[in-house]
Design a protein. Sequence first.
Length: 385
Amino acid sequence: MRNLLPLMLLGLGLATAARAGDPLLPDLTVSADDFLLELDANVELGDVSEGCAMATNGVDLLRFDATTYNALDAADLEIGDPQCPDCDSEPGATCGNPDFHCSPANGHGHAHFTNYARYELFTPDDLVDPVRVGGKFGFCLEDTSCEAGVTPFFDCSYQGLTAGCEDLYSRFLGCQYIDVTGLAPGDYVVRVTADPENKIAELDDTNNVSEYPVMIEGTEELEERVPGTSLQLKARRGGVQLKLLAKPADAFTLPSPPVAPTASGATLSFADSGSGSPPPTFELPAEGWKGLGRPPGAKGYRYKGGEGTDCSKAKLTASRLTVTCSGALVLPAVGELTLVFASGEPGQGKRYCARFGGTEIRNDAQKLKRVKADPPDACPEPSAP
């Protein structure tokens, strides 16, 4: 073994080591290339559990290679022994060195140095608030390849990066992507940041970030027609309460950030073909919505209405849509009942529409319940509030 300085257990346990005549600090730079948009992809469950993908199937992924290079005239970066169990058989396990975790993502099965890098996707006119953040944050830092005359030393069992060597992650590895499912088409910017929390002392921190313009094709279906699982109208003081449940045959595609309810709110339009009155529309303002999962919205959205609002609660996930509202509804409802839940600006956002028919239980003055119906033939535009 080369004459490396002992590990300095400072802060989060990191240390850098130098060979004779070398500077005392490493100097890392990061780059990305070979961008590839993979549509309707399947990933392993480990990728989802690490927070990299929204689902195991039907996701759109922006894949790319990522490389970290340690300058030839800098010091070696020594991180050391992760002190982990067999990560291949115990994915997600904790490690003796708290700076590491056992990555469950597909193709890894080894210790990852936690919070080593960050992948972010921005629109060109807003480079502050990302529209998506990659779930991969841990890496096995090792000498993948080195410049001529430099001997590789570090690997996954004793991690670091020799001066003059680089660590390469191929775009086809698990979590080596940003999940862009549902994003509107257009130009975006990928930002790759090494050591975003400044855990590693370096000669120069300003070269730890690189940005790349990318073009993403439109992947978002703005209309989804689903069977109406159950709907109930019940007379209450001050109006009629509506409670609905709609469950897709497969899975809902969640709205992308530009048309998410947390951005522009949502509306619920209720139509009774047997009524001569205009269909009422309920508003669910953006301030009542909260994104679920990591990043927020990855697992859906939850709404809680405040005092004076017509809708008390709602929830949209990949598996269901539930809404409870009260207001200007009329009993008895005698025609075909159709609901349109629109996330985003009316007429511009993503729409989920369901028809409620099938089995019917009713008391004309007090209550109507309908369960099971086929999806509507067309999803009408929501009426203006």
